[in-house]
Design a protein around this ligand. Structure first.
Ligand code: MLT
Length: 314
């Protein structure tokens, strides 16, 4: 019997299913994006990629668990702008450091958000909502996916830029928040434009504004960007990506990145994403080094944004 050569690790990996932790409820935007990419990457690897949903506290619970997981190439975190970018500036007692405790593996494409209201809502435009909020500070409720989730952060930015005061209502993910929005239990919500699309097209909720600078005529005809109305320059999109616990073997990370790039070579798949309004990125931005640098830059950026917008989290 030959002793294990140093490369034996990479050749053997993945010898069993790989787990990607999504730190929100199933059926939401992070979950949908992760499942789609996990399926394609798993096919390239010839091994199943399982999604595990560990929701709560805007993604910080699941992220904290992965930070402490074995760096053996079998547990990963699907991270996003909230808990991996804004988290450190919002949470006083974060159990992980997005930069020091993780290796960035690859970045996903970005998704802009859309401002949604229930069908029964009196608000037909963002301007009407802003005017009502100015008349009755704190009265309008905004559902979100948890404190520090993107749905929360973007609502806080909107609040700050519009000079209004709304009341956030946190859930364990955008999916349960959406259910309450459909039922009219909350007045509004910012959701990722791709997962909101079937709800809007199905007539269950109304879309009244976009966070993209440009309109999205294919997906959201007649829905104006916030930037085209009373909030010039307003632009926001969620970034996502895959992270490994720090110290995961480099050859494993390289194999995963290569499998992802190969999957992205499927033009039918990327067209399907683009048709949903998902913003594909130049290939260089998907790379581990670029994604690590992006994460560090976002942690810095959000410190300033959170301070300027006075986003407070207890
Ligand atoms: C968010 O608002 O941060 C995400 O949409 C959360 C989710 O995927 O449920």
């Amino acid at each position: 019997v030959w002793s294990l050569a140093p490369q034996a690790h990479a050749q053997a990996w993945p010898a069993k299913p790989v787990t990607w932790v999504v730190p929100f409820a199933a059926g939401g935007p992070t979950d949908a994006m992760a499942r789609d990419i996990a399926d394609k990457v798993g096919k390239q690897l010839g091994q199943q990629v399982i999604i595990e949903n560990i929701g709560g506290a805007g993604g910080t619970i699941g992220a904290g668990k992965v930070a402490k997981a074995a760096a053996d190439g079998y547990t990963f975190l699907v991270g996003h702008m909230g808990y991996m970018g804004a988290g450190p500036s919002l949470y006083k007692k974060l159990t992980y450091d997005p930069v020091k405790d993780f290796d960035a593996v690859f970045r996903f494409p970005d998704t802009p958000l859309v401002l949604l209201v229930p069908k029964s809502s009196p608000f037909k435009t963002a301007e009407e909502l802003i005017a009502a909020a100015k008349k009755a500070p704190g009265k309008i409720n905004f559902g979100n996916a948890g404190v520090g989730s993107t749905s929360h952060l973007i609502a806080a930015l909107f609040e700050s830029k519009a000079g209004i005061d709304v009341t956030p209502v946190p859930y364990k993910g955008a999916a349960p928040a959406m259910n309450d929005l459909i039922a009219g239990q909350v007045d509004a919500m910012f959701d990722q434009s791709n997962t909101a699309l079937p709800q809007v097209a199905g007539g269950r909720v109304n879309a009244i504004a976009l966070t993209s600078l440009q309109p999205m005529p294919q997906q959201y005809p007649n829905v104006p960007p916030l930037a085209a109305g009373t909030l010039p320059g307003f632009e926001a999109a969620t970034w996502y990506g895959l992270y490994a616990p720090k110290g995961t073997p480099k050859d494993v990370l390289a194999k995963l990145h290569a499998a992802y790039l190969k999957a992205l070579g499927d033009a039918q798949w990327t067209k399907k994403m683009a048709d949903q309004g998902i913003q594909l990125l130049p290939e260089a931005q998907y790379a581990p080094g670029a994604f690590a640098a992006h994460t560090a830059a976002e942690v810095d950026k959000w410190r300033k944004v959170a301070a300027d917008a006075n986003i407070q989290i207890d």
